[in-house]
Design a protein. Structure first.
Length: 336
């Protein structure tokens, strides 16, 4: 039984994490191999993150790496979690998504996010103003391109005559939500949310409640939630492993977020953050992982989880983690 044949859909989430001692090229190749392994292990989908100019994640184009992974697989859906819409022209990103949808036979999902006030905005020339006030316009233009045979724009940030959209597709993006404003924006458009790893079950449930309140009578789409997924023979062993490995990546990785203006860079207590991740997510023995996922589904109503599987910091360990999650955790979720 595969991850898309049960009530709860389970995928993998690949940040392309730049652990010390690994070159970016190695990480990117390993990320593709992890998608192949996830298909073999029975996961429903694999989602690839996009980051720029930092070691936290070394994939600067999630659509490009998704294309490679789609070419190496036959069944699994591959998505972006997320493509940073504030640094893309929405129609250019829509064209990339449309190509992948067409050549993969519908196995591609597009996830987008606002991103942050980082130096990316300067490098790509999109600017802080579009980041701060243009995300709704960017998202609407993206949806228009993915929902019709032609597209035009007459807004604050985008203005152009009508052109045919080639290849025409019908696709709705998933939207990463980290604030009340983001939840309302997704709800107003009836788009599914992507909820991040830093959010526990109580916070997830609250976000879904806020979405329902904002959406009114709209039918709720299939939201997606990211979580750390790490299995070992014992829960203590899994937690110990992540507490040893994750700070080596998160310390220098999170330090790579550089604001484009004079605001102070984000600060996070790395060890407290790792403690939280291990506590709220399926990190432990196979039985503990199953129980944690069941509890999340029951508490929140979420039916689609994507598990960050790279936490061990070693490619061989990532492949082992994917295989064990597939053989020892996914089958036990068949009746969820």
């Amino acid at each position: 039984m595969t991850g898309d044949e049960r009530g709860v859909r389970v995928g993998v989430f690949l940040i392309a994490a730049g652990f010390p001692g690994m070159t970016p090229g190695e990480v990117l190749r390993n990320t593709v191999e992890a998608v192949v392994a996830a298909e073999r292990a029975g996961f429903a989908d694999a989602w690839i993150a996009e980051h720029h100019f930092m070691s936290y994640g070394v994939c600067p184009s999630a659509t490009t790496l998704a294309a490679v992974a789609l070419g190496r697989t036959t069944r699994i859906t591959v998505g972006t979690a997320v493509s940073v819409l504030s640094t893309w022209h929405p129609v250019a990103l829509a064209e990339q998504a449309a190509i992948l949808d067409q050549v993969s036979g519908g196995r591609f999902r597009l996830g987008v996010g606002r991103g942050g006030p980082w130096v990316d905005l300067e490098v790509f020339g999109t600017g802080l103003d579009r980041f701060e006030s243009g995300f709704g316009e960017s998202l609407d233009l993206l949806c228009a391109a993915l929902g019709g045979d032609a597209v035009s724009a007459d807004g604050t940030f985008f203005r152009f005559r009508e052109v045919p959209f080639v290849p025409a597709v019908r696709m709705s993006p998933v939207v990463a939500c980290t604030s009340a404003a983001g939840i309302r924006l997704a709800a107003d458009r009836g788009l599914p949310m992507l909820v991040g790893m830093h959010v526990d079950d109580e916070e997830k449930a609250a976000m879904l409640g806020d979405y329902r309140a904002a959406a009114g009578r709209l039918r709720e789409p299939g939201h997606v939630a990211a979580a750390v997924g790490h299995v070992a023979d014992s829960t203590a062993g899994a937690v110990r492993e992540l507490k040893e490995s994750l700070p080596r990546w998160l310390g220098p990785g999170l330090a790579g977020y550089r604001p484009v203006d004079g605001r102070p860079p984000p600060q996070r207590d790395i060890h407290k953050y790792v403690d939280k991740l291990c506590r709220i997510h399926p990190v432990g023995s196979p039985e503990h992982c199953v129980d944690t996922i069941r509890a999340t589904v029951e508490r929140t109503g979420l039916r689609h989880l994507i598990l960050m599987v790279e936490g061990g910091g070693d490619h061989a360990r990532t492949l082992e983690n994917i295989a064990r999650l597939g053989s020892e955790v996914l089958p036990a979720l068949a009746d969820v």
